[in-house]
Design a protein around this ligand. Structure first.
Ligand code: TYD
Ligand code: MG
Length: 450
């Protein structure tokens, strides 16, 4: 028998509790608990019990993994080589960053290749979608639109149309009748995703699910869904800049942390094949506080400029801000500089930015941050043809990083002539044409170079 019970959910992270709480023990957010009714019962499991039996792994046949190319190389790479049939892919990101646009473009390419696609929108009317589609180019017959928010109706539509790929835009607008709470609430979003997962596996269709990320608690954050779906892609980027980065944060069918770079134009998103070049465009020449680092994003080396500004503070407490880099990491590196290299930054404001609206978290950029800080502090520019990478430890040592040769080669390709890298890496790299390799084993050695 199905029963309803009342529980409280954190609208940020989906933490479930029997009573209301002021602060969420899961994500430490305040005032995010909302009461919801959920239906509990044995309906589903009873139906399932009859059909599922254990089998030996040797008896399981996989067949060939079928991938559908999206026609966009940048997206295919993030997906691990194309769309896997029967997979559920979540695309998250701030409102207005381009989720609907990229999916509409994917639909266009797929239908052009003869695949049948169903685009379900709970946010826009058919006319609005058509208007947007007209900006992107011509569409084929096999692209079906459906404006609907009721999951049962959508299920029927999938049955009727029989598409290979379905887009659900967005999960927060969809609702199941059986769940009494409002669309966008944690239990609704969870149940809707559950149902879509079942649909994807049963009918062997690939489903793209759009999820908005909002800071305020009104809409359930898709973070609660991350563990339910096969693949999670996040759109990053400043809305003011035209570049958008699509990052794979989870992928059951491929490597994670791959990125795809796109540029928003007036006919949709176009792929950026040479992101390093684009990210370094318009770099200041002969300016202090600017260094170029190389970070491995998945399988691809990405060159990017780090800018630091260090100035005497006018405040009681020095100000420190970062854009695109972990704030605590920068504080840690400044403490290392203070203690291990005798550079006194205690009374200085420091601002550290990554250009291009991208976020990097690889420790290999540490040395680049350190040298940018020192360069700004001493007001001495770093040679613009120098590429820097290496992880910095708490004793000031520079540790080796993975794939050093690939990084140096990418830099050489883009015209860099000097590479400051960890000594342990330098020892393992044979010569690279046109590139001077300088191995350093601690931050002091690196600082002495500039
Ligand atoms: P959209 O895809 O609607 O974002 P989301 O679905 O993630 O909320 O975002 C579209 C934004 O991009 C909107 O601000 C308008 C802009 N845009 C372009 O610049 N060029 C285009 O060709 C299209 C379709 C949209
Ligand atoms: Mg949208």
């Amino acid at each position: 028998m199905a029963k309803t019970k009342q529980v409280f959910f954190c609208q940020e992270c989906g933490f479930e509790s029997a009573k209301w709480m002021g602060q969420c023990p899961g994500c430490k957010a305040w005032n995010t608990f909302v009461e919801e009714r959920v239906v509990t019962g044995t309906r589903k499991s009873a139906a399932k019990a009859a059909s599922s039996v254990p089998a030996s792994i040797l008896e399981v046949t996989t067949g060939k993994e079928i991938r559908i190319g999206t026609g966009m190389k940048e997206l295919d790479r993030v997906l691990g080589g194309g769309i896997v049939k029967g997979s559920l892919v979540l695309i998250g990101g701030d409102p207005g960053i381009g989720k609907s646009t990229i999916l509409l473009q994917v639909c266009r390419r797929l239908t052009a290749d003869g695949h049948k696609v169903l685009y379900v929108s709970g946010e826009e009317s058919m006319q609005q979608i058509k208007m947007r589609a007209e900006r992107l180019g011509e569409f084929q017959r096999d692209m079906y639109l459906h404006c609907e928010t009721d999951m049962n109706v959508i299920e029927n539509a999938i049955e009727q149309v029989g598409p290979e790929v379905v887009v659900i835009d967005s999960v927060q607008t969809m609702a199941l009748e059986e769940v009494s709470s409002a669309a966008g609430s944690v239990s609704q979003v969870r149940e809707v995703t559950n149902r879509l997962m079942q649909l994807a596996k049963q009918k062997n269709v690939a489903i793209f699910l759009v999820g908005h990320v909002t800071k305020e608690g009104t809409v359930a954050g898709p973070r609660t869904l991350e563990h339910m779906v096969d693949t999670v892609l996040y759109f990053e980027g400043e809305r003011s800049s035209v570049y958008r980065i699509l990052r794979g944060v989870k992928n059951r069918f491929g490597a994670t942390n791959e990125i795809g770079v796109f540029e928003m134009k007036n006919n949709g998103l176009s792929e950026v094949m040479n992101p390093s070049e684009v990210m370094l465009e318009g770099r200041p020449v002969d300016a202090s506080g600017s260094t170029v680092v190389c970070s491995m994003e998945g399988t691809r080396p990405l060159l990017i400029e780090i800018q630091a500004l260090v100035a005497q503070t006018n405040f009681q407490m020095p100000r420190r801000t970062t854009v695109g880099i972990d704030f605590n990491r920068v504080n840690l590196l400044m403490a290392v500089l203070e203690k291990r290299a005798g550079i006194h930054l205690g009374s200085c404001d420091a601002y550290v930015n990554l250009t291009g609206g991208i976020r990097l978290s690889e420790p290999a950029i540490d040395l680049g941050i350190v040298l940018a800080l020192v360069s700004s502090y001493r007001n001495r520019p770093v040679d613009e043809h120098t590429i820097i990478f290496g992880e910095v430890g708490l004793t000031g040592e520079v540790r080796g990083v993975g794939m050093a040769e690939q990084r140096a080669k990418e830099a050489a390709k883009l015209g860099f002539t000097t590479c400051i890298l960890p000594a342990s890496n330098a020892a393992n790299i044979s010569t690279i044409h046109g590139m001077r390799l300088i191995g350093v084993s601690n931050v002091k050695e690196a600082i002495d170079l500039i």
